[in-house]
Design a protein around this ligand. Structure first.
Ligand SMILES: [Ca+2]
Length: 350
């Protein structure tokens, strides 16, 4: 029979309580900050509500939690190459709430090696938990995996309302992959797959760069009263790629392909797309109150659906250099761009 070790967390609390803030008043030597506690490794079983109120570090550990996890405002929880499995038997039975600091990382800081990723998941993929980081919290997630989070309109998925940096992450089989409720949320180099929504931005302007969102059953990215800059994002085979409501994002070098109903659906929204690509059954739905602008962006004009009275405007960058017979640039040359019947549509000195 497999041996199970039980780590008594009160021991860690005791060690941390010996820190500088509680040193004896009779000690006149300069106080040195204590080194962080040694990380806990191996198998950890916690069968009660787990409250982190100080520094707790886990390295190469597997934690089975039957209870809620709360990181208090004074708490600092760190996982490296650590799996947290929540033992839940119904949706929402337990949740993770971060008021303080939570860090999750791999060993080698390399997203291409996944065997060392930290992971949060449900022990039973049929049942989901909720993860909430409130205003004032700090969340740092690197080269790790989040699964089975979120299950309904209230407990949507990993919800970040404080400061967060996510880099090299995989979000798999969550309800909403990520809910951003703070402009201090930065998501880089990450992949979202198999969700209802991939990313939901709610009244904020997060940084969203080099993201891939695949196979969302409803929307790849949903921006609600949000005006972020999207850079180098790929929205692939979602039902709707980018759904906008009262949102004015700037999308740079984004690729929205294979959406089942629309690549972009804009309601009261006028996005600016630059150097981007659309290839979908309907590339763009331009709905009430929307005037999308596309610059150097490829799309199929027969695949654009526009409500009466609205339109999408289209432009192109043109880079022109006039050179002589040896290839040397020639200054102060006027160049005109002509339309199909020879009229100059613009004239610039280069
Ligand atoms: Ca790695």
């Amino acid at each position: 029979m497999k041996t199970r070790a039980v780590i008594v967390l009160t021991l860690i609390i005791f060690i941390s309580s010996m820190g500088p803030g509680t040193a004896s008043s009779g000690d006149t030597a300069p106080e040195e900050p204590l080194a962080p506690p040694a990380p806990i490794t191996g198998l950890v079983i916690i069968d009660y509500d787990w409250s982190v109120t100080n520094i707790q570090r886990f390295l190469n550990a597997t934690i089975y939690l039957t209870g809620n996890l709360t990181v208090a405002s004074t708490g600092n929880l760190e996982f490296v190459n650590t799996t947290l499995a929540l033992n839940i038997s119904r949706n929402g039975q337990y949740k993770i709430k971060v008021d303080g600091k939570f860090t999750m990382a791999d060993l080698d800081m390399d997203p291409s090696t996944q065997a060392d990723a930290s992971l949060i998941k449900s022990n039973n993929t049929a049942f989901k938990y909720f993860f909430q980081a409130v205003a004032g919290s700090s969340v740092f997630l690197y080269n790790s995996i989040l699964r089975n989070c979120g299950y309904d309109g209230q407990s949507q998925g990993m919800t970040l309302s404080g400061t967060a940096i996510l880099d090299g992450m995989l979000f798999q089989n969550n309800y909403f992959g990520l809910v951003a409720k703070s402009s201090n949320v930065m998501v880089l180099n990450s992949t979202f797959s198999g969700g209802y929504y991939g990313i939901y931005s709610y009244f904020c302007n997060p940084t969203l760069r080099n993201l891939t969102i695949i196979g969302s059953s409803v929307r790849g990215m949903y921006l609600y009263y949000s005006t972020p800059v999207l850079e180098d994002c790929v929205l692939l085979n979602n039902r709707v790629g980018l759904y906008l409501q009262n949102s004015e994002p700037r999308a740079l070098r984004c690729n929205i392909t294979g959406s089942q109903t629309a690549g972009i659906s804009a309601w009261y929204s006028s996005p600016l797309l630059e150097d981007s690509w659309l290839s979908n059954i309907i590339d763009m739905e331009v709905r009430i109150g929307s005037f999308p602008r596309l610059l150097n962006t490829q799309f199929n004009e027969s695949r654009v659906s526009v409500d009466l009275g609205y339109y999408a405007s289209v432009g192109q960058h043109l880079k022109v250099a006039v050179v002589n017979s040896t290839g040397a640039p020639q200054p102060d040359i006027t160049v005109a761009v002509l339309d199909e019947i020879g009229r100059a549509s613009c004239r610039e000195r280069v």
